[in-house]
Design a protein around this ligand. Structure first.
Ligand code: C2O
Ligand code: CU
Ligand code: CU
Length: 490
């Protein structure tokens, strides 16, 4: 398999490289799916250097856009770390504003978390040592700078973080990075004449930044060359706000094997999967029939709310329709590629997992993700985004949890579906809307969609006393505009 390095630090497979003519047109030819460079911590001597920097990215030929990236112009390398190791990171800020590097889903103490309390001022380097003590999983890293998260992530400050361990390796799952184990960082972005634009205005605070184009690993309309056998897809929703409803164009089924916290106990046969911002899923898809097929998404789960706002003329601009329609995410072209020795059918049993006993819960807390229209003027302009009526305040600790405790958090959201994310923990969904959880609620989670009340069973194993953890809506504009709180664990 031939590949070449391009300036942005992305590895392009040389499968297909036609030029394309009219950006944004439906008849656009395919471009090969870029595969982010893999930095394996063991091969790097357990030292990973990241540089947050500005650059130019040509999403469409001859139309450079101003973007941010880690070690490149847009997005960042895929980091692979091994359970049991300790990884030294040197994260340098070469931007002109503060940034942070948050390890979303990594179970580490609060002061290593890379949230708003660990700013990296311009020209400086942050050096956390990360103990890797959790099962294999697909995580991500991204900017979490106070008030700047949405803009910095939209501009490109995000990348994938893979945890691996012997248990996962023993399952024989497809694991050849970029060949039969594909990282797919999915984002929607708004373009104008082939150049990335940053939607602004009061409605971006309410519905989040959305776009008319779906990028996978930074490429619009990509084609992935895959072996004609079982392939693992690591799906990461890196959008600021869009919720995907993913399925295959020919209706084929697939096996869901992993969620935010790692592999499920058993694989689950599915035909579609919802993925909210911040969520990840690992799936196995069989391409043995050799047919070209697309991964597509249905309308956003919040489309009716957005359609309502669109009809009142509040959204403005082209992004008004974004997310309301079905779209192609990427296409797969299977072809013979030899055998990696990986299994050819999905395993039934994956990794056993002991969840906390709900009877051990010592406390119940309630969080309501509020969207208040009119009345008080929030940062979003005419609207207040809060949790339990309080907009985020870095100087206020909202909840104090005892280290090692099991608790039940009941979370609900107003007006639309909100992806609630809690730092420093993986939780189980106990109940949804007073009843049993949905099929898609299972497994160890760190981000889950709520509107109707959802009960989360959480054990707090990571200390956060010198710096608190965050909980927030992962619609990044909601987070930046106040829908966030913080808690200590000690
Ligand atoms: Cu992915 Cu608090 O963030
Ligand atoms: Cu996080
Ligand atoms: Cu929200």
């Amino acid at each position: 398999r031939r590949s070449l390095l391009i300036g942005s630090g992305l590895l392009l497979s040389a499968a297909c490289s036609r030029q394309f003519a009219t950006p944004g047109s439906a008849a656009e030819p395919d471009r090969p799916l870029p595969i982010p460079t893999l930095l394996d911590a063991r091969q790097q001597g357990q030292v990973i250097a990241l540089s947050a920097q500005a650059g130019k990215t040509s999403f469409y030929p001859g139309r450079p856009s101003d973007t941010f990236g880690y070690n490149g112009s847009y997005l960042g390398p895929t980091l692979r770390v091994h359970r049991g190791d300790e990884v030294k990171v040197a994260a340098t800020n070469r931007l002109s504003a503060d940034t942070t590097v948050h390890w979303h889903g990594l179970l580490i103490p609060g002061e290593l978390d890379g949230g708003p309390h660990q700013p990296i001022p311009p020209g400086t380097t942050w050096r956390p040592n990360l103990p890797i003590r959790q099962p294999a999983a697909t995580l991500l890293y991204h900017s979490h700078a106070h008030g700047l998260t949405a803009e910095q992530v939209y501009s490109g400050l995000a990348g994938m973080l893979i945890v691996t361990d012997q248990e996962e390796q023993g399952l024989g799952l497809p694991s050849d990075y970029g060949v039969d184990d594909l990282p797919l960082l999915i984002q929607d972005r708004q373009f104008q004449d082939g150049r990335l634009m940053m939607p602004a205005g009061m409605m971006t605070a309410m519905q989040g930044r959305r776009g008319d184009t779906i990028l996978v690993n930074g490429a619009p309309n990509p084609l992935a060359a895959v072996p004609n056998r079982l392939v693992r897809l690591r799906l990461v929703n890196g959008s600021n706000a869009r919720i995907y409803d993913l399925s295959f164009s020919d209706g084929r089924g697939f096996h869901w094997i992993g969620t935010e916290g790692g592999l499920l106990e058993r694989s689950v046969a599915l035909r579609s999967l919802t993925l909210a911002p911040g969520q990840r899923a690992e799936i196995l898809v069989d391409f043995a029939d050799g047919r070209t097929v697309s991964l597509v998404t249905g309308p956003d789960a919040n489309a009716s709310m957005m359609g309502m706002m669109g009809n009142t003329g509040m959204m403005g601009g082209r992004s008004g329709a974004a997310g309301l329609t079905s779209m192609t995410v990427l296409r797969f072209a299977p072809r013979p590629m030899g055998n990696s020795g990986a299994r050819t059918s999905a395993p039934d049993l994956l990794v056993p997992r002991v969840r906390p006993d709900p009877a051990k819960a010592v406390r119940r807390r309630r969080l309501v993700l509020n969207m208040g229209m009119g009345g008080m003027m929030g940062a979003g302009g005419g609207m207040a985004l809060t949790i339990n009526g309080k907009p985020f305040d870095m100087g206020r600790v909202d909840e104090r949890v005892r280290l090692g405790d099991v608790e039940i958090w009941e979370v609900s959201g107003q007006m639309m579906k909100h992806p609630i994310h809690i730092h420093g923990v993986h939780f189980d969904v106990l109940r949804r809307d007073g009843g049993r959880p949905d099929l898609l609620d299972q497994g160890a989670r760190d981000t889950i969609l709520v509107k109707e009340p959802v009960e989360l069973l959480i054990r707090f194993d990571q200390p956060a006393s010198t710096a608190p953890f965050m909980y927030h809506c992962h619609v990044l504009e909601h987070e930046d505009n106040g829908m966030m709180g913080q808690f200590t664990v000690s």
